[in-house]
Design a protein around this ligand. Sequence first.
Ligand SMILES: NC(=O)c1ccc[n+]([C@@H]2O[C@H](COP(=O)([O-])OP(=O)(O)OC[C@H]3O[C@@H](n4cnc5c(N)ncnc54)[C@H](OP(=O)(O)O)[C@@H]3O)[C@@H](O)[C@H]2O)c1
Length: 329
Amino acid sequence: MGVRLGILSTAAINDLILPAAQAAGIPVVAVASRDAARAEMYAAAHGITRGHGSYQALLDDPEVDLVYISAPNSQHVEWTLRAIAAGKHVLVEKPFTRSVEEARAAAAAAEAAGVLLSEAFMWRHHPQTRALVNLVRDGVIGRVQLVRASFAFELEGLRGADDTRFDPALDGGSLMDVGCYCLSAIRLIAGEPERVHAERRVGRSGVDLTLAATLRMPGDVIGQFDCGFATPHRDELEVVGSEGSLYVDDPWHARKPGIEVRAADGARSVVEIPTEDSYRLQLENMAAAIAGTEPLRVDTADLLCQARALEAVHRAAVEGATVVPPPVG
Ligand SMILES: NC(=O)c1ccc[n+]([C@@H]2O[C@H](COP(=O)([O-])OP(=O)(O)OC[C@H]3O[C@@H](n4cnc5c(N)ncnc54)[C@H](OP(=O)(O)O)[C@@H]3O)[C@@H](O)[C@H]2O)c1
C-alpha cells in the first residue's frame, strides 16, 4: 500500500499541498485543527476522509503514515517530536528551527524511531535547482566567488497586520519566513558558513522586517542575502564565478523557470527549464524515500546544517556581533 498523508493544521499553505498530493496519487486521509468544528468543515470542504479536533488525534490515527506539519514556526519542533514518537514519517514546513540543539534532537529521534524527517524546502525539488547545481559543477562560470540571494515582499498589504509571521512568539520575522530560502540556496551552492555578519530592522511587533547578512563560506566564497516584509516583491539568486554568472529570476517558486548564463564577454543565454509543481515533486520524493526507492532530497543532515546557519544569522543580527557557528556534525 502507498503512503497515506495526514495534515496537521488548516494553514493557507495547505492549498498548494492538497492538489500536489492529488497529482502525486497520495491520499490525504485526515486533517487536524485545534478546533473540532473547523477540522470537520475543512475536511468536508476538501474531500478529506476525517477531521480531527486535536493535533494529537491526527498522530494517533493508525491510517496516517506521513504527517505534514503546517502549523506556525514555533510549533514545528514540538509536533515533529510528537509525530516521530507516534511512529510517523514527517514532512515539516520550513523553517524547522533556528536551534541546532533542537534540530540535533529531532534528527536523532527520527533515526532511533526508524522514520523519515524532511524540511519542506519545495524549491530544492524543482528541476531548475538541480540544473543550477549542475551548471556550477560543470564549471560553466569558472570558480565560484559569490552567491547572492534575495526574497522579500510586502506582508501587511498581502495578509494584514495580524498575520502569524508578525508574531515573535510564533517565531515570525522575515529571516524565518523567507530569508531561510536564501540561506538554503547559499548552503546548497557553497557549503556551510564559517563566519556570519548580519543587520536587521525591527518592526512594531518585534520581528525583523528587513535583514541582510554576509557569510564567509568555505573555499574563499562569500555568501550574501537580504530578506524582508516591507518592500515590493523581490526574489532572485545569482551565482557569480571567475568567468561569468548564473542568474535565476524566480528561484523559490519557479513559476517562470529559466537560468540566465551571463558570460564574461557580456553574452547572455538562457537555459530553458520545464514548468513543474515543486510541491508535487516534494511529496513524490518523500513517498519514494519511504518506499526505499529514492534518497530523501532534503534529509536530516541538511535540516541540521540549515538550523546551524539560521541560528548563526539570527544571533549575528540580534547581537550585532560576528558569529562563528559551531563545528558541523
Ligand atoms: N513552502 C512554502 O511554499 C510555504 C509557503 C507559505 C508558508 N509556509 C510555511 O507554512 C507554515 C504555515 O504558514 P501559513 O502562512 O500557511 O499559516 P497560516 O495560514 O497562518 O495558518 C497557520 C495554521 O496553524 C494553526 N495554528 C496553530 N496555532 C496557531 C496560533 N497560535 N495562531 C495561528 N494559527 C495557529 C492554525 O490551524 P488550526 O486553527 O486549524 O489548528 C492555522 O490555520 C509556516 O511554517 C510557513 O513558514 C511554507
